[in-house]
Each structure stands twice: as C-alpha cells, then as structure tokens.
Design a protein around this ligand. Structure first.
Ligand code: NAD
Ligand code: DAU
Length: 349
C-alpha cells in the first residue's frame, strides 16, 4: 500500500496522471491536491472520482502552513508535482502568480517533504517540468538533459527556478528527487487557451484562428496519455537525482499544424475542403516568442524502455473526436473569466 500525493490533478496533464494511477494501481491511495484555479476542473475526473483509492483535497500549495500540516498528517510515500500556472501568455500579463505557485508553492512542498521524510531514500519527490527551461533553439540540434538552462519567458523562468530548488533540496537535504522535462502536450481536457484546443474550439465556432507572427515557430508535440505513461515509468523506475527528457520526435511549424488541423476538422465536420483554413488570421507576435523546441528523449527510451504509443495523426484524430463529443465541457470552461481574459487580450493585439 502506497500513499501518493499528486498536485494539480484536476488540470490537463494531472487529470490523465490521476486516472492512470487510480486505474493501474488499485492498491495505492491517490490523493489529488488542487486549488481549482481557472485551469482546474473536477469534471476531468468524473470517471474515477468514486473509486475507493482516490481522494480529492482542495488546497493551495503556496500556503505553507496548510502544506506542512498535510505532510505531517498524511505520511505520503511519494509526490508527483504537477500543480503550476502553465500558460506563457498569462505569465507575460501577470508574472507574480507564476512566482507564487511555481516557485513558492514548489519550495513549500520540498520543505514539507524533507521535514516529514528525513532523507528516507525509499520516498520519491517527482517534479514535472518542461522543455521550455532550456530556452529556444535557433538552428539545428535537440535539447538533451545536459543542455544549459536558459529560460526566456516569465513562465519558463519560474519553472527553471523550481527545477533548481528541486535539485538543491536533493543535494542539501538528501531528498530523493526526480525531474522530467516534457515537450508540448495535446489531447483531451486541454484548456482552450493553448494552441491546439483553442484552434479546435474556434474552428467549431467558425471564429478567427489567431496565429502569432508568421506561424514559423516550431513545437514538438506529444499526446498527453503518452506523457502520463512516461510519468508512471519515471516514478517507478527512474533513478533519484536524475533528469529525464520526454518527447515524441514530432516537430511542427505552427502554421503547418494549424492547416493540418483545419483539414482534419473540415472532413469531420463535413465542411468544404479549405473552409477552416480561411479562418486563419495572423496576429501580433508573442513578446520574446521562443523559436523552436525539440527534445531528445533517448535517455528515457533506452534506460527506462518508454516510447510513444500513438502517432501524431492518431493522437490528433482522437483529440478532435473528444472535443466534438464533449461540447458541454468546452462550453463550461469557456464561460466566465476565460471569455473576459481573451476578449481583453485580443482587443490589444
Ligand atoms: P494546467 O494549467 O492544465 O493545470 C494546472 C493545475 O494546477 C490546475 O488544475 C490548477 O488548478 C492547479 N493549480 C494551479 N495553481 C495551484 C496552486 N497554487 N495550488 C494547487 N493547485 C494549483 O497545466 P498542465 O498543462 O496540465 O501542466 C501540468 C504541469 O506540467 C505543469 O507543471 C507544467 O509546467 C508541466 N508541463 C506542461 C506541458 C504542457 O504542454 N501542457 C508540457 C510540459 C510540462
Ligand atoms: O513546451 C512545453 C510547454 O508547452 C509547457 O511547458 C507549457 O505549459 C505549455 O503551455 C506549452 O507552451 P507553449 O507556449 O509552447 O504553448 P502554446 O499552446 O501557448 O503555444 C504553442 C505555439 O503556438 C507557440 O509557438 C505560440 C503559438 N500560438 C499559441 C496560441 C495560444 C499561436 O500562434 N496562437 C495562439 O493563439
């Protein structure tokens, strides 16, 4: 019997990790701690929330008193830490929230775990990070685990800082830590402020598709369930003190990706070929927009035996099908503060 704390489990990636752990490890107790910000949604977990090995706690990782009490009371065997402010555009508008959750929140968890665990090597503190901490690639090559950390946005600076704190706690307090850095995820439950779900939502609603700059930036896309599978493998088989890159060798220029998505959706929606691409609108670029991310995950593949389970075409088709059959989810999350935020943002572009 193991008791695992998963933070941010009501969010996009976290909900897939919670589902995988609850279903795959009936003997574990999975505690999902989430503040339920605009990005957290318990609807994401409706299919597992009645299982006996699952429990939800609403709480803020930035509240140190609450976190210390939780660790003193619960005796966790492991932590999988995903809670974060995750959207680059929001970090450009309001960096303080990113400092508070991503840095202060992470340090609170590290501090509480090191006090509760007293250097016990059997425990595991697993921090979920991002390839964005490596900065931007101008030219060829891939990010490896030894690439220099060089964050370029307030979001990635906050994630890089939290990565450094994780390593520092491993070094200073002998906390058994693991870090993974994944490329861009896509799939069901992705909040429609990020590129792929935003475009899906706007194609459904026949609204403009805002492509930043000339659409020449490159991202490396991975299906979210393959990220959750990698997290499972690293949590159970990864060596503490190590960093693992996660990615699917799947680079796309934004404009090519949006055109491909338009084609897939025109077919599914029975629209004339080329109808959705006509909605593409080039808008003012993101400030400091990272040009290219591309990840080398050969360490994870060769040492721990993980590889992606779906091709991009399969993953994108599954994703579009999910959004088309979950329009209630879309309408719930696109109501309220999200609409206000985006109408203000695009008013300024
Ligand atoms: P998300 O924004 O969808 O979800 C974040 C979750 O954290 C939400 O449920 C939110 O309510 C919760 N949360 C936010 N602040 C909190 C706080 N103070 N206390 C407790 N809970 C809080 O994010 P995501 O895309 O699922 O990303 C999850 C993690 O994976 C993040 O750490 C992110 O940096 C990392 N990551 C994301 C991607 C990606 O492509 N989305 C890629 C690599 C790494
Ligand atoms: O690389 C991993 C990171 O991927 C994660 O750490 C972040 O949490 C996650 O949000 C994501 O960051 P990006 O900034 O790469 O993702 P986003 O979906 O915001 O943007 C993807 C690309 O599409 C980027 O080049 C900006 C562009 N874009 C985005 C939006 C929202 C557009 O052209 N138009 C848009 O409307």
């Amino acid at each position: 019997m193991k008791k695992i704390l998963i933070t941010g489990g009501a969010g996009f990636i976290g909900s897939h990790v919670v589902r995988l752990f609850v279903n795959q490890y009936p003997k574990y107790r999975i505690i999902n701690l989430d503040k339920l910000t605009y990005a957290g949604n318990l609807e994401n977990l409706r299919d597992v929330d009645q299982k006996p090995n699952y429990r939800f706690i609403k709480g803020d990782i930035a509240e140190s008193g609450f976190i210390n009490t939780l660790f003193a009371e619960e005796q966790f065997d492991g932590v999988i830490h995903l809670a974060a402010e995750s959207h680059v555009d929001r970090s450009l508008e309001n960096p303080n929230e990113f400092v508070i959750t991503n840095i202060v929140g992470t340090v609170n968890l590290l501090h509480a775990a090191s006090k509760a665990w007293q250097s016990n090597p059997e425990k595991r503190f697993y921090h979920i990070s991002t390839d964005e901490v490596y900065g931007s690639i101008h030219g060829g090559g891939l990010f490896t685990e030894s690439t220099h950390i060089d964050p370029q946005s307030p979001y990635s600076a906050s994630k890089a800082s939290s990565d450094h704190f994780v390593s520092a706690f491993g070094n200073s307090y002998k906390l058994p830590v693991l870090i993974s850095r994944c490329s861009n995820n896509y799939g069901p439950n992705h909040f429609p402020e990020k590129l792929i779900p935003l475009m899906i939502n706007n194609i459904i609603e026949e609204k403009p598709l805002p492509v930043y700059g000339k659409g020449e930036n490159i991202r490396d896309w991975l299906y979210v369930i393959d990220h959750a599978r990698a997290i499972d493998v690293i949590f159970h088989k990864g060596k503490t003190g190590e960093v693992y890159n996660i990615g699917g060798n799947n680079e796309w220029k934004n404009i090519d990706l949006v055109n491909f998505l338009c084609k897939v959706m025109d077919e599914k929606l029975g629209r004339e070929e080329g109808a959705s691409s006509k909605l593409i609108t080039f808008v003012k670029d993101r400030p400091g927009h990272d040009l290219r991310y591309a990840i080398d995950s050969s360490k994870l593949q060769s040492q721990l035996g993980w590889s992606p389970s779906v091709t991009f075409e399969e993953g994108l088709n599954k994703t579009v099908d999910w959004y088309l059959s979950n329009k209630d989810w879309l309408s719930h999350v696109t109501s309220g503060s999200y609409r206000d935020y985006y109408s203000n943002m695009y008013a300024n572009r």
